[in-house]
Ligand binder design. Structure first.
Ligand code: DC
Length: 237
């Protein structure tokens, strides 16, 4: 039996983590988990149920009553809230505006960390991306990677993404929001945004998307080769 392989990719918003993780997973033949989407789904839950996003207890109760699932039959996997595909809706500004606050709650994190470990138990070849995957959720992961980029670069990428969705964008404001969200994600007591000790890191500031994916693939194959695991996914180390 092959040992399970978990590849974690962490880093701040706008480093291209989600798209790169998705492409990497496809190349390796692994499943991909976007854990930010799970926090976004809880933020959406709070909006739809009119729960104050500061009310940790009410959020926990709502989470225990809701069905939050990842549908691995679509690519990239879609997040489902009470059987509804909310993959697009969770990218809207109202969700983005409160998600960092939602993600700062202990009761929310405990539940989502458990859900993430449940996913890993069922998907033995997994690329999982977020803020705390290599530091808290899977500290023993086979390969742990930290992606970063300068805030201005990240703000530009995020702005382009919003423009491609037809939104009118003030890039200076996007930059201010990214800096504020980083500070909030870094400063919280639980699962703070930080480079996992011993993780490999890649600065994507000057790299194209294709190059980031190539570097990730090379790195993962090398680490798997070094650890004598191999991934049964073709290609050399
Ligand atoms: O990657 P993203 O922008 O979709 O993440 C949304 C929010 O969720 C962001 O504020 C960071 C938070 N998050 C987290 O705290 N832990 C994770 N593992 C993933 C995301």
């Amino acid at each position: 039996m092959n040992p399970p392989i978990i590849v974690t990719i962490d880093g701040p918003a706008g480093t291209g983590k989600s798209s790169a993780a998705s492409e990497l997973a496809q190349r390796l033949g692994f499943d991909m988990l976007d854990t930010g989407a799970m926090y976004r789904a809880v933020a959406l839950l709070s909006i739809e149920l009119a729960i104050d996003p500061r009310d940790e207890h009410a959020l926990a109760v709502a989470m225990d009553c809701a069905r939050l699932a990842v549908d691995f039959s679509s690519r990239p996997p879609a997040i489902r809230l009470n059987s509804r595909d909310v993959h697009e809706r969770i990218r809207d500004a109202d969700v983005t505006g409160i998600v960092s606050l939602i993600a700062s709650h202990h009761e929310v994190r405990v539940r989502l960390v458990r859900a993430q470990r449940d996913v890993a138990a069922q998907h033995e070849r997994l690329v999982t991306e977020g803020r705390d995957q290599g530091s808290v959720v899977f500290p023993d992961a086979t390969v742990r990677i930290w992606l970063d980029a300068r805030p201005e670069v990240r703000a530009h990428r995020r702005s382009e993404e919003l423009r491609s969705r037809g939104e009118v964008v003030n890039e200076a404001r996007v930059l201010a929001e990214i800096i504020a969200r980083d500070a909030s994600d870094r400063g919280r007591a639980e699962g703070p945004l930080r480079k996992p000790v011993g993780a490999d890191s890649i600065d994507t500031s000057t790299l194209s998307f294709a190059t980031v994916v190539e570097e990730l693939e090379r790195l993962v194959r090398r680490r798997l080769h070094e650890s004598d695991i191999g991934c049964g996914c073709g290609g050399g180390a």
